[in-house]
Structures are given as C-alpha cells and as structure tokens.
Design a binder for this molecule. Structure first.
Ligand code: DON
Length: 565
C-alpha cells in the first residue's frame, strides 16, 4: 500500500513537473532595441548601409534611397532598379506622404497582348521574358524622394551600393544555392547569358561582384534620372528589348514618371493608419478589414483564436472579391475608394457573416488556383528625429522577368502579370481581375503591396510591411492585430505563425509547424478547407515602445536583419 502510494506520488510529481515545464511561458522574442534609429530590411548589408547613412547625418528618406540601391546589389532577386514600388513616409512633425513609383505598361502594350488566337491566356509571356516587363520606376522614385525630402548629397546615397557591386560581397549558403538555382532561368530568358550570375556554381563564401551594375549605378549617381532613363543605360534597355522581342522603347523610358499621391488614411480605435492607396489594393484591404473588425472583440487565447481566424477569413474572401471587381490604377479607372471604406457599405458587405460557418466563396464569385513566388522586399526605417519610411519594392516574381539587361547588369521586372491578362484568369498569386485592371498603355498594374505607418494617439507607433504577393495585406493585418489587440511586441508579432486566405481558392493556408491543432479542428468544423504551406511573407517592422525605445523586428523566415544604434 505504502509502496503503491509512493509510486502514485512519484507519478503525480512527474506529472506536475511535466505540466510545469509545458506551462513555462515561452520566452518572448524581442527584436533589436535601439534608442536612436533602426533600419530593418531583407539583407544585413543593406540594413547596415541605411543605419550608416543615418549615423552620418542623413534622415530616414536618405537612408531609404541608399537601402533601395543597396538591395538592388545584395538582394537582386527582389531589390531592384529594374522594378518599382511604393514608399509611405511620415515626417516627425506628423506630415505624411506616399510615393508611387510603380511600373507602367509600355506605350505599345494592349489589352489582349497575352491572349493567343484561340482566346487562351499566355501566362508564360506575362511572367517571363522580355514582354513581361513594365517600364521601371525605381530610379525615378528615388530621385523624386530625394528632391522633396532628402537631406544628404545624392552621390553619397548611391556610393555604398556602388562599393558593394564593385568590391562584391560574400554569399551565404542560402544565397549561393538560390543564385545557382536561378542561373538556368536567367540563361534561358536573357538575350545574352549574364555570366556574372551564371558563370559558376556558387558556394557559401564566394564573393559576388557586379561590374556592369556598378557602372550603371555610377551613371545614376552622376546624372540622376538621366543616368537611367536616357543615354547609355536607356540604350542598353532598348537594345535588350529589341534582341528579345520586348516592347519597352526610349519614349517609354523618357516619359516614365513616379508620382506623389495622397496616402490612404483611416482609423482603428486609438490608432491612425497611413497606408498606400491605388494603384495598390493593399491599403484598401487593410482599412476594410480593420473597419469590419472594429465591431468585433478578438482574442488569441484558447478557442477564441479560431473565432478570430474564422472572422478574418470571412472578411478576406469578401474583400478579395471586391479587389477583383473594383481595384486598379485610379488614373485609369474610377476606384470607389470612399464607397469601399464606408461603414454602412462594410456592414452590409458583412451582413451574411455566420460566426459558426464558412460561406463558400462560390456564393460570392468565381475564381481559380493559387501559386506563390515570394520575391518582393520591404524595409522599414525610423531615424533619430522620428521620421519614418515604410517602403515595399519589387520585380514581382523572384528575379522578375529573368531578363538581365546586357551591358547594364540589372534584372527587369515581370510586373505585367499583375494586370488582369484575361478577365477571370488568375495571375501568379491566384488573384483574379476583370475590366478595372485590364492592360492599357501607361497604366499601372494593380498591386497588393502595403507599406504602412501607424500612429497611436497621433504619435508614431509602428512602421510595417512585407513581400508576399496577395498575402501582403493579410500578413500586415495579422502583425498589426498581434500588436494592437493581442499585446505582442514587434519581434513576437512577426514570429507568430500566419494564416492567409483570399476568396479564391476557397481555402485557408497556414504556416507549417502551427502547433494548436484544436484551432485547426475548429476551423474545419466551421467548413473551412485548410492547407499547410511554407513561410508566408517576410515582415520587417519597427515599433515605438512606451519608453520611446525602438524595437526593430526582422522576419526570421528570411535572412532579414535590423541594424540600429
Ligand atoms: O505588386 C504586387 O502586389 C506584386 N507584384 C508583389 C509581388 C510579391 O510580393 C512577390 N513576392 N513576394
């Protein structure tokens, strides 16, 4: 009896011990803490370039320009001068701006350019090779940002990128493997084999130098806009187009202009959201989701987390249906921004929400499959004065069109695929579109990029954004909710497993190794189809903590890094 009792006691002890261990609060992830300034980007070398610029007296916009250029060198799969992007800026005095340097369709582009004689869509042409590129906007964007808000000499902002291109940088194991894998496509689609990339099988520790790109960057440093949109580099681009059957002309390059737009703003509880409007859908999606969610209590505790994920999915399917129908370049199509954000519209749109059951997407509208390529890049910056920049820039797919401009040494985007190439035909992110986002000369293709800045009680609170195609707005939404509603810090909010859905396909994808099986089970019971996938997005963000210290969160899904002081 005694023995038995002892054994039982031991069992209880063991049980309590195990329980104690498993109930130990998980160690809270904390990002880089800094008093003055932080730059978070997809590459440690680019983050350091930005931080150095601020330490040398530059502001957040100066740092953003230097980071954009540095990423074009050290992160060529997405960092770019051959693509475009969006920058949302908040000055320390509370003024804000948004810069649209999105690519435009070339003058010779036409609505049916990716449809064959049988009426079939030709995604291979909108996604790869010379016809896939829009007219690049990044260089003009950086020049415009500098003219309006820069404080340091332009040349000083380009020099770090030139140095990285000329002297080279050491590849990590992942980078080496990625470059080696990408070589085949670069060879296939470029008109001249870009041997600086393809000439060897890369291994960790190899130094990667880009002589042609260094020369292009010098021309941009010395001549500004003219160093890219006319003269030697423009000639290289047009020659590349002619050799490969593309349509970007000298006139396209001369005419390209990035543009300052009114940022899209909205509020959620005590927070002001400053984000990107059309031609991005990202800002609209975030504001619509927050607008609906304001009427609900959400929590990440226990079963309540499944209720939140159900609510989120139901918002997403309705809003992505809106995206397909109403969102496009507002210079060409009257995007009903005010109507889409109107409270009564949102409550009517959500009136058939059933907290117990998934609404099949087919009841909302028709659509097709999803495929993913994760190569855009986002960076967030706060300088010592409190100026903030949130910038997302892209070639679209990894390595863009896979066309390297011979002589100029940079990759061109494949952004034309973000147009609706045929009504109802999904783009590479599975999102659908119709009339609103049809191809027209000089039009900008609809984006999902969501560079966002948030104020709390009118003070700077968060700078956030991510790559990830159609998952961009939903990743930004989740990280924002993790902080605002679930009380997480920046790094913790970024590390949290993500979920995504987008109306079509009618499913929730969730990141692998999500450990709360009961949450998944509840979602299945409500009628959701679930599918596991690898990392969703790469959020790089900065949070202003209560004592004014900055917390930079770099996404562990990539080699992203924060640098600050
Ligand atoms: O503008 C857009 O929405 C897309 N071109 C972004 C592409 C992207 O994020 C790719 N992957 N990370």
């Amino acid at each position: 009896m005694k023995n038995y009792f002892c054994k039982e006691n031991r069992c209880i002890l063991l049980f309590l011990l195990v329980l104690g261990f498993s109930c130990q609060p998980k160690e809270k992830a904390i990002g880089l803490l800094a008093e003055n300034a932080i730059v978070v980007s997809a590459h440690p070398l680019a983050s350091k370039v930005g931080k150095d610029i601020i330490q040398e007296g530059g502001n957040a916009v100066d740092a953003a320009i230097a980071v954009q250029m540095a990423l074009a060198v050290v992160y060529p799969q997405a960092g770019n001068i051959g693509g475009g992007g969006f920058m949302v800026i908040r000055e320390s005095d509370g003024q804000y701006h948004s810069l649209d340097y999105r690519e435009k369709a070339p003058l010779a582009a036409s609505r049916d350019m990716y449809i064959d004689e049988k009426g079939d869509a030709l995604p291979e042409k909108s996604q790869n090779g010379h016809l896939a590129s829009g007219v690049p906007g990044s260089v003009d964007g950086m020049v415009k940002a500098h003219e309006k808000l820069g404080s340091m000499e332009w040349a000083k902002l380009i020099n770090p990128a030139i140095r990285l291109a000329e002297e080279g940088f050491e590849l990590s194991e992942n980078e080496a493997a990625y470059f080696t894998r990408a070589s085949e496509n670069l060879k296939k689609y470029s008109s001249v084999d870009p041997i600086q990339f393809t000439g060897k099988s890369w291994k960790a520790g190899d130094v990667f130098k880009q002589v042609q790109l260094a020369n292009t960057l010098k021309l941009i440093r010395d001549k500004g806009r003219a160093g890219f949109y006319s003269g030697e580099v423009a000639d290289y681009i047009v020659a590349e187009m002619e050799r490969g059957g593309g349509i970007i002309s000298l006139e396209d390059l001369e005419k390209y202009e990035s543009t300052w737009r009114e940022p899209l703003t909205g509020s959620y509880k005590d927070f002001n959201i400053i984000t990107m409007g059309p031609p991005s859908s990202g800002g609209l999606i975030i504001l619509q989701m927050l607008g609906i969610m304001e009427n609900y209590q959400v929590s990440n505790q226990g079963e309540s987390y499944a209720e939140y994920l159900h609510l989120k999915t139901e918002m997403e399917r309705r809003i992505f249906a809106d995206r397909a129908a109403f969102m496009a370049d507002s210079d060409f199509y009257p995007v009903p921004v005010d109507e889409l954000l109107d409270d009564s519209y949102l409550s009517q749109r959500f009136s058939n929400f059933d907290p117990q059951k998934a609404t099949p997407s087919d009841l909302i509208m028709e659509g097709k499959i999803l495929s993913m390529s994760e190569e855009t890049t986002h960076f967030s910056i706060v300088d010592k004065e409190g100026n903030a920049v949130s910038c997302t820039t892209t070639l679209n797919g990894g390595m863009g069109s896979k066309v390297m401009v011979d002589g100029a040494g940079f990759l061109l985007n494949n952004e034309m695929d973000d147009f609706s190439i045929k009504p109802g035909f999904p783009n590479m992110f599975g999102v659908l579109g119709g009339e609103a986002n049809k191809i027209e000369p000089e039009k900008r293709m609809l984006s999902s990029m969501t560079p966002t800045i948030i104020e709390k009680n009118n003070e700077l609170f968060m700078v956030v954004g991510t790559p990830g195609g159609s998952t961009i707005p939903t990743s930004v939404f989740q990280v924002v909710v993790n902080v605002i509603e679930f009380g997480m810090g920046m790094q913790e909010a970024i590390n949290e497993k993500r979920f995504h859905s987008q109306w079509k396909p009618d499913q929730i994808s969730f990141e692998k190794d999500f450990e709360r099986e009961n949450i998944l089970e509840t979602l299945r019971e409500k009628g959701h189809e679930l599918s596991e996938r690898n990392g969703i997005g790469r959020v790089d963000a900065i949070l202003v903590l209560e004592d004014g210290i900055l917390e930079g969160g770099a996404d562990p899904r990539g080699m992203d890094a924060a640098s600050g002081y």
